[in-house]
Write a protein that binds this ligand. Structure first.
Ligand code: APR
Length: 247
């Protein structure tokens, strides 16, 4: 693993347009369970029922059961050393953008400035019927008040991307543009099974870019697209890379 880390350091030193793609795994050490590891969120909540736009339209109150739990967990979470390491790389001028699948806002809280939220965020509540937008602060979500639209009375939805919804157009366009220009992509804490986010490392690879993967275990990318695989907790491996870059 040490040779993988030193290989990564020499590649990153030479990079001119490096980006990162992150998934739920980067926030596990902040106390937020990921989705597909054992004991992950999808073990408890079937995504076909709780994370599809179809089920939200049919039974919004049931979906809000999971949303309340997610809000409770993410409210308490703080950025961990992996988030801080990526913010450091941006500060050092080595990281041009973080494309995240996460909605926990931890990259921004860690100090990353250029963060593309591929699956939206939980900063707004939207009415699927009349399009009205609200802040979560307009409601008592802490005490599990299901928010309703003042204009038409419908149950509001957080502005996160559910299965069956489009990726926000600006996130899709900007991510593609960065991936097409990237010479290195750090892929951190994602199982790389959900598209189109999982296609980003392949876009970088397709024009000769280098894929460096940080994960606890091998993924769909590891045997095929990944050039350097750094196995371990991102909260430990990413800071090791950054410390060596600072030497
Ligand atoms: N350090 C590094 N990697 C980790 C760590 C850690 N401490 N903990 C877990 N991982 C890895 C797991 O091994 C797994 O490969 O992070 C990955 C998490 O994968 P998923 O749970 O599938 O999460 P993610 O890839 O972000 O899912 C993508 O699917 O359900 C949808 O919208 C949801 O954005 C999510 C998308």
């Amino acid at each position: 693993m040490l040779s993988a880390i030193s290989d990564a350091v020499s590649v990153i030193k030479k990079s001119k347009s490096m980006i990162a793609l992150t998934g739920a795994g980067i926030s596990v050490e902040s106390g937020i369970p990921d989705f597909r590891s054992a004991g992950g969120l999808w073990d408890k909540y079937d995504p076909a029922i709780y994370a599809s736009i179809h089920s939200f339209r049919n039974m919004p109150e049931r979906v809000w059961e999971m949303i309340f739990e997610l809000i409770d967990i993410t409210e308490r979470a703080k950025p961990n050393s992996a988030h801080l390491a990526l913010a450091n790389l941006e500060e050092m001028g080595l990281l041009k953008a973080v494309i995240t699948q996460n909605i926990d806002n931890l990259h921004q809280e860690a100090g990353s400035k250029n963060v593309i939220e591929y699956h939206g965020n939980a900063k707004h509540l939207v009415c699927l019927t009349c399009g009205a937008q609200y802040s979560p602060l307009d409601f008592d979500l802490e005490h599990k008040e299901i928010p309703h639209c003042e204009a038409c009375g419908k149950v509001l939805k957080p502005s996160v991307v559910f299965f069956g919804e489009m990726i926000p157009p600006d996130a899709l366009y900007n991510s593609q543009r960065y991936a097409e220009e990237a010479d290195v992509v750090l892929v951190v804490g994602t199982s790389a099974v959900v598209y189109p986010a999982a296609s980003i490392p392949g876009v970088v690879k397709s024009h000769g870019g280098i894929v460096i993967e940080f994960n606890l275990e091998r993924t769909e990318l590891t045997g095929s697209i990944t050039d350097i695989f750094i196995q371990g907790k991102a909260g430990q491996t990413l800071p090791q890379v950054v410390n060596l870059l600072k030497e």
